[in-house]
Design a protein around this ligand. Structure first.
Ligand code: FE
Length: 232
């Protein structure tokens, strides 16, 4: 009997000692920034950390927060989208087309949408957004315009292009090259990356601020990225 009383006393002490420490890890409450009235209303869903895991490319909470121009986080002055090297494979004169997929292209479909806005969160209409990328095997077409093309943003600054998830090639992680040219002539040259790709950390020009947000779709992936450019 004494043994039972002793055990009960020990248990009581342990519960008392452990209780308060549970509150120590309470995360800070996130700050929600309301969009300015001039910001475009971006309806594309923002990836949440509660989303189910998906194969490469996948999305993470960090990808969401790194996309500084993401819809509703556009608070002036917004940070300019980082510029990144053009690389050796740019070719001027790409065709205007909403889909880079033709009969010669195989791979995992990727629909990329987003907005072009200025640092004061105003939409940029008629921005020319030129994409070029490797195919699923990591090869560029340097003869023709396979997986090359451009679109224009609409009056709200929105753009959309359909393509495939690019393949890897030696020394680089998955990426899509892009040039965003405003009607005033400013050109941003950069590259977009995909979250949760192991080779991101081995790519010496990778920049987490250039991660797209990715969601699984029935026939591939949907991705979003918003470009912040200099006012013209
Ligand atoms: Fe490249």
């Amino acid at each position: 009997m004494y043994r039972s009383i002793f055990l009960a006393a020990v248990m009581t002490l342990l519960i008392t000692a452990c209780g308060p420490s549970a509150a120590a890890g309470t995360p800070p409450t996130p700050t929600v920034v309301a969009p300015p009235t001039t910001a475009p209303q971006i309806s594309t869903p923002v990836q949440s950390s509660a989303a189910p895991a998906t194969p490469v490319p996948t999305s993470t909470a960090s990808a969401s927060t790194s996309n500084t121009a993401s819809a509703l986080a556009c608070t002036a002055p917004a940070q300019l989208t980082p510029a990144l090297t053009e690389g050796p494979y740019f070719k001027a004169g790409s065709p205007e087309r909403a889909s880079l997929i033709d009969s010669t292209v195989t791979g995992t479909k990727l629909v990329l949408t987003g907005y072009v806005v200025t640092t004061d969160c105003k939409p940029v209409a008629n921005a020319k957004i030129d994409f070029w990328q490797a195919d699923a095997q990591g090869n560029y077409d340097n003869q023709g315009y396979r997986l090359r093309g451009h679109v224009f943003s609409d009056a709200s600054g929105r753009y959309q292009v359909t393509t495939i998830v690019p393949g890897l090639y030696p020394g680089r992680t998955e990426h899509i090259h892009v040039k965003v040219q405003t009607p005033g002539g400013n050109v941003l040259t950069s590259q977009l990356f995909f979250p949760d790709v192991a080779s991101n950390q081995r790519d010496n020009i990778y920049n987490a601020r250039l991660l797209v947000n990715v969601q699984k779709a029935d026939d591939g992936y949907n991705a979003t990225y918003n470009f912040v450019v200099r006012p013209q």
